[in-house]
Design a protein around this ligand. Structure first.
Ligand code: CU
Length: 181
């Protein structure tokens, strides 16, 4: 079952993260709202507890902190094709979050992580051995770097779940999850 995001800050994050989507794309997105819970903003979510590995990773406090930007919902971007996620979004005390931090995409889509320039040095690291061991994916943007001119891309060809984090800010809860459907 899907529900719509009802929190304004989520909407802002989504629209910002979809900054490269054309007006036509946004109209198309809004048009999807008829399928779901209907607060009119057109952004739908999947309950995090449909994907226990995601829920555990995002709320886990023994391996890193809990991500305070995660509200138990996975943003459903499966119709969007390629997706952009902010690195250094507002959260976890300052610019120490991914925005949005939990998303669902379709297999074959690419995620491009774009550094906002906030929160100091970041990276993007999916490293099952150092996490809860439930990530189907392993990848890394390399050493953490600062500055808004950085980006990293990964294409998700197979369905599964990717769990990732920022190495310098894991303890603050800078975590992310990707459901690949
Ligand atoms: Cu970071």
């Amino acid at each position: 079952m899907k529900r719509s995001v009802s929190v304004d800050s989520n909407r802002r994050t989504v629209l910002k993260s979809l900054g490269t989507v054309s007006t036509v794309g946004l109209i198309g997105l809004a048009g999807c709202s008829g399928n779901g819970g209907g607060n009119g903003d057109g952004v739908e979510t999947i309950p995090g507890n449909d994907y226990p590995a995601v829920d555990e990773w995002m709320t886990e406090t023994e391996i890193g902190g809990a991500d305070d930007s995660y509200e138990g919902e996975i943003l459903d971007l499966r119709e969007e094709g390629d997706v952009t996620i902010d690195v250094g979004a507002e959260g976890n005390g300052d610019g120490f979050a991914y925005g949005p931090s939990a998303v669902a995409i379709s297999a074959g889509s690419e995620i491009r992580w774009e550094w906002t320039g906030e929160g100091g040095q970041h990276n993007v690291q999916a490293e099952p051995d150092g996490q809860i061991g439930e990530s189907d994916y392993e990848f890394s943007s390399g050493d953490s770097v600062a500055g808004a001119d950085n980006e990293y891309s990964h294409t998700f060809d197979e369905s599964g779940v990717a769990l990732y984090h920022c190495v310098p800010h894991l303890s603050l809860g800078m975590k992310g999850s990707v459901v690949v459907d």
